[in-house]
Every structure is written in structure tokens, then in C-alpha cells.
Design a protein around this ligand. Structure first.
Ligand SMILES: [Zn+2]
Length: 123
């Protein structure tokens, strides 16, 4: 059983690793939905916490990332590419080359090459 706090930390870790200036609410929710939780209450809690900690600011339709703050608490992930068969966790496409996003504490994936860019995780 993953606690709400674990999920929030996981979400903040991902948000801090996103290499984008801004994302729409839909894009950021999609990423959190695919990688952290399918529970929208948890996703809302993650976004509220990210705003509270100054990782993101919210404008009418977008979330803007505060690059200064994002480096403070979390290490940037690395991307590992493996020649293996799998299905992308974002779009479900069948892959023969799988990209994994590796944080010190956990690994996310596999992603296709296009989707690893879509989540804007810096390489
Ligand atoms: Zn994909």
C-alpha cells in the first residue's frame, strides 16, 4: 500500500525533473496519471503541494515550472535505453527500444523515444 505522502513525493520528484517551461493542466495531469496514480484526488494533492513548495505556479490554463526551485530537493534522473520489447506506459505502443527514466530511488518506464520527450524529462 502506497501512502498519500509517498505518492506526493513521487509526483514532486517527477515534476522537479520535467524539462519544460510550462505544461497545460491536461499534459501535467496525463503525466502524473500515467506515472504516479490514477486517482485524481491524489493528482490534485500533488499539484497543490507543488504550488505550495514553489515548484510550479499556476496561471489560468497552464502550470509554469520554476527552474530555480526545482533543483533544490531532488536529483535529476538519467535515461537508460534498452533493446527490449515492451509497451510504452504513456501511449501503450509496442516498443522494441525501451527508455527508462532512472531516479536514485526508483525507475519509471518503459517509454517510447517519442514519449520520453513528451514527458520532458531532461536527459
Ligand atoms: Zn509512448
Amino acid at each position: 500500500m502506497i501512502s498519500l505522502e509517498d505518492n506526493i513525493n513521487k509526483g514532486l520528484e517527477i515534476i522537479s525533473a520535467l524539462d519544460a517551461d510550462s505544461l497545460t493542466a491536461l499534459e501535467i495531469r496525463d503525466i502524473l496519471y500515467s506515472l504516479v496514480s490514477r486517482n485524481y484526488d491524489i493528482i490534485d494533492s500533488i499539484l497543490a503541494e507543488a504550488i505550495e513548495r514553489g515548484l510550479v505556479t499556476r496561471s489560468e490554463r497552464k502550470y509554469h515550472f520554476n527552474q530555480e526551485a526545482s533543483g533544490l530537493d531532488f536529483e535529476k534522473p538519467t535515461v537508460r535505453v534498452l533493446e527490449e520489447v515492451g509497451n510504452c506506459v504513456l501511449c501503450g505502443k509496442r516498443l522494441t527500444k525501451c527508455c527508462y527514466v532512472v531516479f536514485p530511488s526508483r525507475t519509471y518506464g518503459p517509454f517510447g523515444l517519442g514519449c520520453v520527450r513528451k514527458v520532458h524529462l531532461s536527459q
